[in-house]
Design a protein around this ligand. Sequence first.
Ligand SMILES: Cc1ncc(COP(=O)(O)O)c(C=O)c1O
Length: 390
Amino acid sequence: MNDRFMNTYKRTGLILEKGRGATLWDKSGKEYIDFTAGIGVNSLGHGNPALVKAIADQAAKLIHCSNYFLTDISVRLTEELCEAAGFDSAFFCNSGAEANEGLVKIARKYGSDKHPDKNKVVTLIHSFHGRTITMVTATGQDKFHKFFGPFTPGFSYVPANDITALDKALDDKTCAFLFEPIQGEGGVLPLDPDYLRQAQKLCRERDILFAADEVQTGVGRTGAFLACMKMGLEPDLLSLAKGLAGGVPIGAILARGACAGTLQPGDHGTTFGGNPLAAAAAHAVLGQIHKPSFYAEVERKGEKIRKAIRSWENPLVTQVRGMGLMIGAGLSIPPGEVVSACRERGLLVLTAGEDTVRLLPPLVISDTEIDQGLAILKDALAAVSDPARQ
Ligand SMILES: Cc1ncc(COP(=O)(O)O)c(C=O)c1O
């Protein structure tokens, strides 16, 4: 390993070289089924011909110009994204954390227009919203709160699915409630849709912005364009990133109704955000995924994976959770050993929380790749649950 990298990641030692669909190859030519999609990013898999062509064509025309200029592709993307998600306005940036930062700025400006002290943001325990100082603050997990203080003031946390606690926390100084419909990094923990509908009602009654972080759940991952759509929710603000441009860095903030026009010139900006290259990639992604038949396939494939894992009745697996192709297998042990056993056998999987194996395959994964991946996962779980077989 190159020790000039800052030591921020526990790297696996794998050196990847190329990919096709949901299959990756390392430098030695060994093949891996990819149940990670670069942590939910490669929505169209690897080497998707239409995505590759869109990026190459746009690169030949215009890679970047500043946000002081429009391009046809950025206008088209903004229209189709607002249309697909049912929002009124969009702001493009480069990552999930940056999208959430901007979202909080909108909420605080919106709040300050009502009352100078209306700037508090309530988030949930076990949430994850990113790695900037303010998003580390927004994240409701103590392990992210070491070393980096002082933190941004004005954040508080409540337990998920506890409407009484939320009712108490949403006071007249609160400008926004920020939540993930399914807590991803926290352990693939779906929130109760009834709870979220009640939360939305409380927010509306108190003129508090109801804000969804769909950085991981958005753009088809759960078998709908947004997880909020599946749950019957209409947030005022929403953040996207990860899968939106299939691997080209992008983030987006979407706003609806009264807060759609909150930001004015000079309030916010970014150099790279939504440049023509990223916009062309996102346009290509939306062109392939935004169809009922595509979402139905995501749903079917996710259900197939969940059903298979349950059917093995492996003693290590305590629960199989998730929606669409965002899947968590809760284990009775820390997940590291299972992840390593999978990798040795040619399958890449992720962890989440303290005890969960997380699967986020490319949305275009084939049934053959699913079957290959499941066979490896089954074998890896059997090996870890019965060390005599290893
Ligand atoms: C729900 C959620 N929000 C925000 C982020 C941060 O996104 P990024 O790493 O692109 O800054 C993540 C990343 O995992 C996430 O899952």
